[in-house]
Write a protein that binds this ligand. Structure first.
Ligand SMILES: [Fe+2]
Length: 411
């Protein structure tokens, strides 16, 4: 194959030559800037944009080369990507190709900087700021996570990566596979840990492990699995006795089982009595985590890119209006309410005594539910004579509030 190099055409026997050239170019330009961390994202981004991998690298050849050619850079043990292939490495930075099948990223920040390029597929990219931050421990923080921007990244887009809390983001990959090329530093001093954010109020270090808390959660799981009658009482005693961070992890771990036992509210009350206002925000994060986990689970079974786009918006859009705006951007000319209604209908499946609309079990006729939802989304579009009574709308609203469709209710 022939690759066109920065300094002229380069004859190449394998696809790795592209990444060798990319790596050398980035290295030379960064050296000119005395390896300043501040300029690395701009250098990485410019190099990726000048000869974008999406136009210059064949995915088939990349995989074939990786499988058959023994001259490969050192591979990491990282669990990031599905999988991560390292295609260039030097002591100061490396280049990785990340495949994404069913996974998606948490909201996170990095202890490295650089740039990523969408080589194949597309993704919803959301950027956040963590305001009013208060450290509880070096590994656990509370604050207010605010969405700053949400955008669709199509194949060919390159985005700079900033280390630390200035680069909080998440990606929801729409196509299977989505492939990104990342040019990144090894580690930027002073920017660890790589916090994961649980919206709306919690940040935690996902790598840090307090072994005692971990074992206590596992011991509680034994009590759960064996149906121990003291499970809920012990959790309340633990919350009352231990610190805020430990209480959060104990409650988060037991949330589903406590709800099944109808013991969630008393456990929450104990937590809030012990820790006051800080506890309220943490509980909101636990509830939101459950909603996001549910959407993530559904994502594994849904492969249509438009349906995945809808899931990404349900997970990340901060309000109904922003969700509809993003649908209108992606499908200009179509009424976004019509598009959303069509997706909900396409994703509906029959169950024992009704229809499941996503994770919402519709007790009545699906058409009646869709008409009620349409009236909620676009009340002006329904003629007065055909309007459904407010009492029925309120009942349906309560149903939706307990499902992943809840975002459709937020103005
Ligand atoms: Fe990231």
């Amino acid at each position: 194959m022939v690759l066109v190099g920065w300094g002229g055409p380069v004859e190449s026997a394998c696809v790795n030559s592209y990444f060798q050239e990319l790596g050398r170019t980035v290295f030379d330009r960064w050296k000119q800037a005395n390896f300043s961390l501040e300029v690395f994202p701009a250098i990485a981004r410019a190099a990726l944009d000048e000869r974008p991998p999406c136009e210059h690298v064949s995915l088939d050849e990349l995989v074939r080369d990786f499988l058959l050619n023994d001259e490969q850079p050192h591979q990491t043990q990282s669990g990031f990507g599905e999988p991560e292939l390292v295609t260039y490495e030097c002591p100061r930075f490396y280049i990785q190709v990340l495949f994404w099948l069913d996974g998606t990223t948490d909201i996170h920040q990095h202890e490295f900087s650089g740039a990523f390029h969408v080589m194949a597929g597309s993704s919803i990219h959301a950027g956040f700021a963590f305001e009013n931050m208060q450290p509880i421990t070096p590994h656990f923080r509370v604050g207010d996570l605010r969405l700053q921007q949400i955008e669709l990244l199509e194949t060919g887009r390159t985005v700079p990566i900033t280390s630390g809390s200035g680069g909080i983001h998440s990606l929801f990959h729409l196509d299977k596979p989505s492939v990104t090329v990342v040019v990144r530093t090894q580690n930027d001093p002073g920017t660890a840990p790589q916090f994961t954010y649980l919206p709306p109020h919690v940040a935690l270090d996902p790598v840090y492990c307090d072994a005692l808390i971990m074992r206590r959660k596992q011991a509680l799981d034994v009590l759960e699995q064996t149906g121990d009658p003291d499970y809920a009482r012990l959790i309340r005693e633990m919350i009352d006795q231990h610190d805020l961070e430990a209480g959060f992890y104990i409650l988060q771990n037991g949330m589903r089982h406590l709800m099944d036992l109808d013991e969630w509210e008393p456990a929450l009350e104990t937590f809030q009595n012990k820790h006051g206002a800080s506890a309220a925000g943490m509980v909101a994060s636990m509830v939101e985590c459950q909603r996001r986990d549910h959407i993530r689970d559904m994502r594994g079974a849904i492969t249509d890119p438009d349906h995945r786009f809808f899931l990404a918006l349900l997970m990340n859009a901060p309000s109904r209006s922003s969700l509809l705006e993003l649908v209108a951007q992606r499908f200009p000319g179509d009424d976004p309410v019509d598009t959303v209604m069509a997706w909900i209908e396409e994703l509906a499946e029959p169950y024992d005594s009704g229809t499941a609309a996503m994770d919402l079990l519709v007790p009545d006729d699906l058409d009646a539910f869709l008409a009620e939802l349409r009236q909620m989304l676009a009340p002006g579009g329904v003629p007065r004579a055909a309007r459904i009574p407010a009492k029925k709308i309120r009942e349906t609203r309560t149903l939706i509030e307990g499902s992943c469709l809840r975002r459709l209710l937020d103005y």
